[in-house]
Design a protein around this ligand. Sequence first.
Ligand SMILES: [Fe+2]
Ligand SMILES: [Fe+2]
Length: 242
Amino acid sequence: MTVTDTQSGTNVHEVADGIYRINTPVETPDGDEFSFNQYLIVDDEPLLFHTGPRKMFPLVRAAVASVVPVERIRHISFSHVEADECGSLNDWLRVAPRSAPLCGNVAAFTSVADLADRAPRVLADGEALSLGRHSVRWFDTPHLPHAWECGFLSEERTRTLLCGDLFTQPGAGQPPVTESDILGPSEAFRHALDYFSHTKNTRTLIERLASTNPTTLACMHGSGWRGDGAALLRALGDALSA
Ligand SMILES: [Fe+2]
Ligand SMILES: [Fe+2]
């Protein structure tokens, strides 16, 4: 693990072959520890999944630059439109002149075609995009866990699911990857903060994600996870339907 900013504690760790987690611990207004993670896939066409909040741009930029020159980034992707997912999208489009936003249909027509400084590249539900050695596939997951435009990317070579706000855990986000239980902590967090949308389609959406059989879950808040991702996703589905 490399610390790229000693003051904030921003750090970079390779969680799967060619996939780097950028983690910045933060303090909530209540004084609790929390964390924001972005994931960088290094390849012929490097992809950044989540930008971090706009005010965190210098930290994320320095962290990305410790792995790959920022001007090489080609795809700026994100699960849904919120500050921590895409707050510095336009800053990234500026420093990476060959890049474009990469998102689903709903995000493109509700928000991104207007608020981004460059037109988005749209991935249809289930569509794959080759980055070189890696290949990502987009899954629409409307309202799971929140936002109509919500969706996730599955990286097929490493079987990594970039699962955004699913399995959000409190704390600073260490270790970078764990094989211990993350469902318990994320369920405690969900019961404290009601951030899921209660969509009736939860089971179907979870089952599609589980069908990718992920072995690494690239969580946006807290530790990443390694293990039988399909089983853990189905356990989340059970908890959400209970
Ligand atoms: Fe979110
Ligand atoms: Fe988030």
